[in-house]
Design a protein around this ligand. Structure first.
Ligand SMILES: [Zn+2]
Length: 161
């Protein structure tokens, strides 16, 4: 749209799509389905992401990659059963070159262990973050989980009133 206030798509649960990485954002988006169709998040999750984004931008000018959150309305992802309620998000490990593509923790020429550890520490310092699943054994506070070598999985807790 040429100008005016962009309207964020909203699903049947009232969850908004993560803004698709405006130019000055501290993150970029990736994952399938494309164009944010898999990035509908609970309001608490989105506010955690925006908080982490600000903290990250204060210490690093690379963007971090945000992947699957949940699909509109919360259907089950094939092979990704935990992403249904908008309280989980996948985040890519950081690369030295800042390119917006995946990197595995085994690619020692590009995997930035220290930066990934810093980003994870920011997530873990937020009171709404319940756990982070990632397979780098030298990062404090994470739990290993099959398949989590090139991205980490963040679980958010929401207090029920
Ligand atoms: Zn995940």
């Amino acid at each position: 749209m040429p100008d005016g206030i962009p309207i964020q798509p909203k699903d049947s649960r009232g969850y908004f799509m993560l803004p698709q990485a405006p130019e000055d954002a501290g993150y970029y988006v990736y994952g399938t389905p494309l164009h944010g169709a898999g990035q509908y998040g609970h309001p608490v999750l989105l506010s955690v992401l925006f908080w982490v984004e600000r903290e990250w931008q204060a210490i690093d000018n690379r963007k971090f990659g945000i992947g699957n959150i949940s699909q509109a309305g919360g259907p089950v992802y094939p092979k990704h059963h935990s992403h249904m309620n908008g309280l989980q998000v996948d985040i890519r490990a950081l690369r030295f070159d800042g390119q917006q593509v995946r990197v595995s923790r085994f690619e020692h020429d590009q995997y930035d262990h220290a930066a990934t550890a810093k980003l994870i520490a920011i997530f873990l310092s937020h009171p709404s973050v319940r756990q982070v699943l990632f397979n780098d054994p030298d990062i404090h506070g994470v739990r290993p989980w099959e398949g989590h070598d090139d991205h980490f999985h963040v679980d958010i807790r929401v207090s029920v009133k």
